[in-house]
Design a protein around this ligand. Sequence first.
Ligand SMILES: Nc1ncnc2c1ncn2[C@@H]1O[C@H](COP(=O)(O)OS(=O)(=O)O)[C@@H](OP(=O)(O)O)[C@H]1O
Length: 429
Amino acid sequence: MRHYIRLQVTSLVCLSAAVMLTSALLACALTLLRFARISNAPITMRHYIRLQVTSLVCLSAAVMLTSALLACTLTLMFASPLAEMARQIRLPVGLDRDERGSVRGNLLPEDNVYNMAAPSASWTLHQRESTAKTNQSVLIRHPKKNDLDPQQAPWMRQLLPSNVTNSYERPQSRAPQCILLGFAKCGTSALLEFLDLHPNMVTLNWEPDYFCDRMYKKYDLKWYVGRMPPSLPGQITIEKSPCYIVEHDAHLRIHAMNSSIKLLVLVRDPITRLLSEHAHYASYQHYWGLPSQSFEDRFYSNRTGRFKTSVILKVGDYAPHFQHLLKVFPRNQILIVDGDKLITNPLSQISRIESFLGLPHVISRDDIYFDREKSFYCMKEVRSSSPELATLLLAGWVGVSIMGPTKTESCYPRTASVWQQVNLSDVGR
Ligand SMILES: Nc1ncnc2c1ncn2[C@@H]1O[C@H](COP(=O)(O)OS(=O)(=O)O)[C@@H](OP(=O)(O)O)[C@H]1O
């Protein structure tokens, strides 16, 4: 706290000095200019030019000094909360902090740092073979130099005082080394929350959908990487976007970003999945006061006596999606997680994921409990991922420096409320 107050006071002193110096230099420049204009004394051309030049030099000096002092002030203001964040960020297993805040210990084995190699030369051919849309163009973006490099936030590095954090413990946004591709309504949100309990995993708590058409056409890789929560080396960044598994171009795009990435795919009994999706839509209709649509109305055509070829139905037809995914990625980079077991025995699936990612088995029975009312396993404690940079900067600006991990009980609340709003007789149960 003392250190923080000292930093804030110093930054304020810098700011005041900047303001005073600028005013003094501006006043000087203006006086000289004015003197040159109104002086009745006979003034030679040489004299006049000298005056003008001196005033211009004064003005430039004022601008330069102000910028330097402002930069200094901002650095001091932001450095403290950033350093605080660096101190509080969860350390991956294998690293420890000593009482002075420095990091000690060995990083995880090499195979945890997945290779971000550029796609192989054979990729273009492979791409043509694997996509069914041979005569359509598919937008694939290969990483450009520095796209995936977390060191590309030099301004953040500079803001971190080197005596507080050493070079490799600085939290940075990194491209995910693992992606949860879907399927929607199979428990993807709950799974990600469970995984966030692991100190070596950092999860993004919203769905960027980056590799799906809608976003991919708008944003580049730098944007995507920049959205990832800050992590330390040895920590695996994970994001989930259920559109990736059903949009086959997304498989190609992910491969183009990182051909050795690890992928998780969560599946569940397709009928339960479908009912869940129906319940989800029904709850929205209910919420917006729209007429409710029965399961049959949504999926079954009385006219043709057949199921409608609905996108929602196609999602649960898992096979074609896996077929395509396996054309793009080798089987050993994909882990299929059982969504039904995730509900009854989450630890069985979490443990498989820990092994798959080469991480120590850390998440245990002590981290979760069964909530009878919700009929789901919940987390005893949520260790929040690192705060988003924007929040951090804002916090720094208003002088809030203490941002510890939040400790709250968390349970995924959606289910019970959703199902209550749906008449199950509608869905033939
Ligand atoms: N632990 C735990 N807590 C709560 N919910 C759990 C859990 N494990 C799995 N599930 C199931 O997750 C279903 C929602 O799936 P998703 O998170 O993939 O939905 S979404 O695609 O993000 O909308 C959700 O489906 P519904 O029950 O239909 O809501 C749950 O059945």
